[in-house]
Design a protein around this ligand. Structure first.
Ligand code: NAD
Length: 454
């Protein structure tokens, strides 16, 4: 591992990763080898937590392929030197910004979308012209192995290498010097990464989680809202960083909301018997979620199979902000429902909590929408939908406050692995001598006039 980091550093210093042709060739190759090995990726993720090839494609690989296509198409523009205006005091110079790759990158992935959280930042780092060490999550060990195999068989380790392992291996990696660390995972581990990075003053992106609320207001298309919200909550058995963690329902529509939600779950494939419902990733998380159901007022669901690591899509009602379900990110198929009366009051309660990664507002009322958008700080989100903002790479994806630092997707991803070098490029045929000594009032007057500070 240490040897690979050293050889990647050496390779980067040869400028081998910097040409646009190289970057595009490698991205093309990545898409080809992923496509060729799609069956392997499908089998691996199914072994990890019974995720179907349908969902592997719709929620992981299709987004990865899109990222590659977009980077290939747009990176010549993204990486172009950009001319900018020159200020008067630098007259005769030309000014420009040169995007340059940061260098040697460490990417640490999460297990819940093992391919997306690993490969999406890898693609952005490749597009920006860096070398990469990828450390996928050990909890999705089959997916991790599949990525290791595909990368090791097709890429020069001096350019991209996958290092498998858990805490021990990650800790060892974190002791080394990188030019950027990109981490996806929990808030708790995010703090460990931040601390380790500070030792070398390494810049970081932290893509973390948190408790993302969904507002179901009295002025919404309730049927459509429930359809979209239930899909988003129980997709991946709730193991999604952007999943609506809890619902805030206006009291006037609560009864109907619950009825429709139950009906929606019953008509879906999210059941223990059905083959398209994913498992909880491991025994610990299964037990953690079962414990959360203890003594709760379960409106729907609540059944589980500990051995099979399945938990039924479950709706819990009569929840308050003081409940233990509201203490940590649920990250599983349990939906707490909190009733509210006044929007003003419920906004205050949400604002008193850490800034969430996402927030969703189900409403047809512009006043309600704008009030929530203006008053609550959160990473990103959607109106009358949940999760789907992740698929639009024209907007940044990332957290704020405790839900993360930095963002990526599309050009935002390219930027997160790029340094923008600002240059004032001055010819020697002209010099404005007023900054040199001997100083005089006359010169000062000219300086003030030129910089607009009369
Ligand atoms: P995690 O923090 O437990 O693990 C993430 C990575 O950190 C893994 O690769 C793991 O090996 C490593 N790690 C774990 N403990 C470590 C330690 N003590 N020292 C060093 N490295 C360590 O997170 P997870 O369980 O894989 O993922 C779930 C969390 O990730 C949730 O909070 C979820 O919201 C968040 N998440 C965020 C995004 C996003 O894009 N914002 C995406 C997916 C998941």
């Amino acid at each position: 591992m240490i040897k690979t980091i050293a050889s990647q550093r050496k390779f980067f210093s040869t400028n081998g990763t910097k040409s646009i042709t190289f970057r595009i060739e490698q991205l093309r190759k990545l898409k080809r080898v992923l496509k060729e090995n799609e069956h392997l990726l499908d089998e691996a993720i199914y072994s990890d937590f019974k995720k179907s090839s349908f969902e592997n494609f719709t929620t992981e690989l299709s987004l990865v392929y899109h990222d590659i296509d977009e980077a290939i198409k747009k990176l010549p523009r993204w990486s172009k030197k950009k001319r900018v205006k020159t200020n008067l005091i630098n007259f005769s110079a030309r000014s420009y910004i040169i995007p340059e790759p940061l260098g040697n990158i460490l990417i640490i992935g999460a297990w819940n979308f093992p391919y997306l959280t690993s490969l999406s930042p890898v693609i952005a780092a490749m597009a920006s012209g860096n070398t990469i060490i990828l450390k996928p999550s050990e909890l999705s060990s089959h997916s991790s192995k599949a990525m290791y195999k595909i990368i090791a068989e097709n890429f020069d380790q001096n350019y991209i290498a996958v290092v498998e392992g858990g805490i021990i291996e990650t800790t060892l990696l974190l002791e080394q010097k990188f030019d950027k660390i990109f981490f996806t995972g929990s808030v708790e581990v995010g703090k460990i990464i931040y601390k380790a990075a500070s030792k070398h003053l390494t810049p970081i992106t932290l893509e973390l989680g948190g408790k993302s609320p969904a507002f179901v207001t009295d002025k919404c298309d309730l049927k459509m809202s429930v359809k979209r919200l239930i899909w988003a909550k129980f997709l991946n058995a709730g193991q999604a960083c952007t999943a609506p963690d809890y619902v805030l329902v206006h009291q006037s529509v609560k009864k109907k909301f619950l009825e429709l939600a139950k009906k929606e779950i019953e008509g879906s494939e999210y059941s223990i018997e059905h083959g398209n419902y994913v498992q909880i990733i491991n025994e610990n998380h299964t037990q953690r979620l079962i414990n959360l159901l203890n003594g709760k007022n379960i409106y729907h669901g609540g059944q589980y199979n500990r051995l099979e690591r399945f938990i039924e899509p479950t709706i819990v009602e009569d929840i308050t902000f003081e409940d233990d379900l509201m203490k940590e990110e649920i990250f599983g198929p349990i939906l707490p429902v909190i009733e509210y009366d006044k929007l003003e009051d419920i906004i205050k309660k949400v604002k008193a909590r850490p800034k969430p990664l996402a927030c969703y507002v189900y409403t047809n009322n512009a006043g309600i929408k704008n009030k929530i958008l203006k008053e609550i700080s959160f990473g990103g989100g959607a109106i009358n939908d949940s999760n789907m903002h992740v698929t639009n790479t024209n907007i940044p994806f990332g957290g704020v406050g405790e839900s993360g630092i930095g963002s990526y997707h599309g050009e935002f991803g390219f930027r997160s692995f790029t340094h923008y070098k600002g240059i004032v490029d001055k010819p020697t045929w002209f010099e404005l001598n007023i900054k040199y000594s001997p100083y005089s009032l006359k010169k000062l007057k000219w300086i003030k006039r030129i910089i607009g500070q009369k």
